[in-house]
Design a binder for this molecule. Structure first.
Ligand code: AMP
Length: 217
């Protein structure tokens, strides 16, 4: 199964990808996670990407394309399938992905567009935090820890918030999404791959809509 999850920041792509990867035993390829790992390790790529990510802009297409190409072509874990989360984000990336996949004799099964209105995204983004130990996700508005300051899943007491999850950077990230990523919607619609679902619903309802799409593949 080869999928793209498309949607604005805060649409729930990461959360749903996490669910899909366990259910179908396929890998989640999140360019945002790959970049954050590079930033934390202070590699050359990380240093370059850090400022751009903090500003809410998009990292250079060529850097991102080679990062994904390397992952798709060299790693055996993608053989079973993959979910692209946060990639492609521009038409140039989408066209490069087509070329990459055709070289590998692969094709996409579906592009799931998780649609959410902007006012809801602000609350989702500015409230979100994750456990530093097990990565469980929480939100100040929607999903607090049962005991204040303690992770429900592993009992750890330290949490992280993404540096770019604040209202100022958020509006720039949404602008990047509208200007550079939304053109992918008609691009994949023309290829008859696009399925749009309502991402403003609760996790389980969104998950059910995704399952209904995936069950038909
Ligand atoms: P995400 O975790 O997907 O929200 O990504 C966090 C940030 O990483 C984005 O705001 C961009 O600065 C950068 N980024 C992630 N994926 C891409 C991509 N496909 N193209 C360009 N920049 C990206």
């Amino acid at each position: 199964m080869k999928l793209i999850l498309l949607g604005p920041p805060g649409a729930g792509k990461g959360t749903q990808a996490n669910y899909i990867k366990s259910k179908y035993n396929i890998v989640q390829l999140s360019t945002g996670d790959m970049l954050r790992t590079a930033v934390n390790s202070m590699s050359e790529l990380g240093l370059k990407a850090n400022e751009i990510m903090k500003s809410g802009g998009l990292v250079d297409d060529d850097i991102i394309i080679s990062m994904i190409e390397e992952r798709l072509s060299k790693s055996s874990d993608c053989q079973n399938g993959f979910i692209l989360d946060g990639f492609p984000r521009t038409l140039k990336q989408a066209k490069a992905l087509d070329i990459m996949l055709s070289k590998l004799n692969k094709s996409l099964d579906s592009v799931i567009h998780i649609k959410v209105e902007e006012d809801l995204l602000v609350r989702r983004i500015s409230g979100r935090f994750t456990c530093d130990e097990c990565g469980e996700g929480y939100n100040d508005y929607y999903k607090k820890t049962k005991i204040d300051g303690i992770c429900d899943k592993c009992g750890n007491d330290s949490f992280i918030r993404r540096a770019d999850d604040n209202e100022k950077t958020f509006s720039l990230r949404v602008r990047s999404y509208i200007e550079q990523t939304e053109p992918l919607i008609p691009f994949y619609d023309k290829k008859k791959l696009l399925k749009t679902i309502d991402g403003s619903l609760e996790f389980k309802e969104v998950k059910d809509s995704i399952d209904a799409i995936l069950d038909k593949l």
